[in-house]
Write a protein that binds this ligand. Sequence first.
Ligand SMILES: [Mg+2]
Length: 196
Amino acid sequence: MRIGFDVDGVLANFTLAFTKILHDVNPGCPITEDQGKVLGWNYEEFLPVTKEDIRNAWKIIDGTTDFWISLKPLINLNPVVDFVNKNRIKHDFYFITQRGGTGGKTAVYQTVSWLQAQGFINPLVIETSIKGDAVKLLGIDYYIDDRDKNCWDVVVKNAECQVYCPDYPYNKNTSYPIKKVDSVIDYINQIILDLE
Ligand SMILES: [Mg+2]
């Protein structure tokens, strides 16, 4: 079996890191670590920030040394780390992310370092914006991504792949018929059930 994970919004708390930087850019922006408070993909639609604040925040990220290593885990990842490490000889695990470069090390190197810091042994990281094609090329059987568009891209290009999307507010009104889970823990539990 080949099992895939998106990283930000599934394993890593991008929201906290990003709203911290947005708060530096515009002190009126609250810092939040709660994924439940992210109501959409365009932060200016639900936070007191402008598009320019967001552009400036990204400029800061682009210049921050090893920004991706600084992220906090989204939830307690121990059940995921245990499952992956225990099964890493029987199954292949891929971490597929669309992270851009920042200051310091490459986005892939930073992501590998971050996953190792969470406890994952020898994580395999792929950086790409075309997740449906990547999942197809790699022959992945299970995949989770917090972006409904990415989930649907994977579904359309990979009829056999079991695709899951965390049920966050920004996915609530999705028009894509995709399977929802509470979090990556539910995703893992579903796979464990299927493997039994
Ligand atoms: Mg994501």
